[in-house]
Structure formats: structure tokens, C-alpha cells
Design a protein around this ligand. Structure first.
Ligand code: F6R
Length: 253
């Protein structure tokens, strides 16, 4: 059976939309990493946290362990980090990345970059942008999507021109993320995130959406107007963006 690939019907949009089962999405997204690293072993990769990338990370780890993939010359930049959490805190995004990917692959920890949740300020944000630029820019940036369309922690109405900055999380994001904490009160109220422009500057974007809960926002992202009210809709303007959606997340496309 051929696997459906839906190409956006929206005029002017270059989105590559891949619809498949959850299992196959992890494999097919991992194939993009295999392709990129085959042509550029020292690629600069942007990573994301959350539930969505876990299957992909497991697949990347399996490929490294099987000797089919190597991250030894790769540089990484993560999208975001909670303000106030030490890198060793078990809910920090640094800890998440270490446990779910970095500790299991042959990546040089000196080339791992994640915004600090402790040293937070305009200087640190500017330094993060400068580090991305010094690395030559991000070749491929992974994204999940919030129910409200956020990418990174860029909540609705974040200016498309934004760079790395500190944000106050919306109630809906705090609520959604409280599932990882002992109580809602423990969820940090602020985060540092790459901005929308930082994300759009990446040469390739890969957004993954899984489950029925993401179906409505995926429809808006792909078929709705490009608007700061739906941050992910900006992907329609990117020249090389992929959206991987499972059948449930793609059900309104
Ligand atoms: C994570 C991030 C967020 C998540 C989004 C979806 O680094 O920046 O934008 O990608 O909140 O989260 P999950 O995957 O848990 O549904």
C-alpha cells in the first residue's frame, strides 16, 4: 500500500505534509536525519522536547547503536528551557534531552546548546543567537506543536520577527505541561525560547504532530491563514518545511 503524502493545496505554500501511522512517522522522520547526516556529518541540528519526539529519539538511538548513524561531529541547539530549573532538575529540558537522546548517542556534550534557565536575560538570549550564527545556522530544526499552535514556547501573537527571548507561559500551556510535574503549582511560569524568526532561519523545519488532540491546530496550521495568532502557520512561508502527522492528527486535512 502506498503511503499517503498530502501536498498542501494552499497557493504559495511549500509545505511537505506526510501522513502515516505513528510508528512509521518515527522511522520516516529518522530517515531525514540519516539523509542530512550522510551529506553533512557535522550538521547543526535543532531539537525539541515533549512527548512527541520520543519515538523519533528512540529510532535515532537504535540507528546509532546499530552503527548506521553518527552524531559525533554534530552541533545541537534546543528550542527552549524553563526559567528557574537547574540542568539537573528532572523536569528541565536539559535533563530531558540527556536522558532521552544525548546520553545514548555519540554526541560530544561540548557541542550541545540549550538555553540556560538560570542565567536569563537579554545578554544570554543574544548570546544564544550569536552561538547559532557562529555554528553556521541550524540545518534542520525539529518542532512539536502546542494545542494553541505554539512552536517552541512562542505562544499565540508572538511577533514573527522574534528572536530568542524570555516568555510567560499561557495558562493552557501550564495546564498541558502539568502532566509532567507533581502538581500544577510546580510548573515554571516562564521559559526562554528561540523566537519565531530564529526557528524560521533554520534551513529545514520538521514538525511532528501526533494524536487527535492536535487535529484542529494542524488544520489551522496547514490550511488556515498565516497569522501570528497561530504561530505554527508561519511554516507555510518556509521554503523547506515538513509536517509529519499521524492519521489522527491529520484527520481534518
Ligand atoms: C518543546 C516545545 C513545545 C512542544 C509542544 C508539544 O521543546 O518547544 O513547543 O513541542 O508543547 O508538546 P508535546 O510533544 O508534549 O505534545
Amino acid at each position: 500500500m502506498s503511503v499517503p503524502t498530502v501536498h498542501s493545496e494552499k497557493k504559495g505554500s511549500n509545505l511537505n505534509i506526510i501522513v502515516d501511522s505513528r510508528e512509521n512517522i518515527a522511522r520516516r522522520a529518522a530517515d531525514l536525519y540519516s539523509e542530512v547526516l550522510a551529506s553533512k556529518p557535522d550538521a547543526v541540528l535543532g531539537f525539541a522536547t515533549g512527548s512527541t519526539p520520543l519515538d523519533l529519539y528512540a529510532e535515532l538511538i537504535a540507528r546509532v547503536k546499530a552503527g548506521k548513524l553518527s552524531f559525533k561531529d554534530v552541533t545541537t541547539f534546543n528550542l527552549d528551557e524553563y526559567v528557574g530549573l537547574e540542568p539537573t532538575h528532572d523536569q528541565s529540558y536539559r535533563y530531558f534531552m540527556d536522558k532521552n537522546l544525548f546520553e545514548h548517542i555519540d554526541l560530544d556534550s561540548k557541542r550541545v546548546n540549550i538555553p540556560s534557565g538560570i542565567a536569563v536575560g537579554e545578554g544570554e538570549s543574544a548570546a544564544y543567537e550569536a552561538a547559532i550564527a557562529a555554528a553556521g545556522g541550524i540545518d534542520m530544526q525539529l518542532l512539536g506543536i502546542g494545542h494553541n499552535g505554539h512552536i517552541g514556547f512562542n505562544e499565540p501573537n508572538t511577533p514573527f520577527g522574534s528572536l530568542t527571548h524570555k516568555v510567560t507561559l499561557t495558562d493552557s500551556t501550564i495546564e498541558a505541561n502539568s502532566r509532567f510535574f507533581a502538581s500544577r503549582d510546580e510548573v515554571p511560569k516562564e521559559a526562554v525560547t528561540m523566537g519565531i524568526r530564529t526557528v524560521m532561519n533554520a534551513r529545514r523545519l520538521v514538525l511532528i504532530a501526533l494524536g487527535e488532540g492536535k487535529a484542529e491546530i494542524i488544520k489551522k496550521t496547514v490550511q488556515g491563514p498565516v497569522t501570528e495568532e497561530v504561530p505554527a502557520s508561519v511554516l507555510q512561508l518556509h521554503p523547506d518545511a515538513y509536517i509529519f502527522a499521524d492519521f489522527e492528527a491529520a484527520k481534518y486535512l
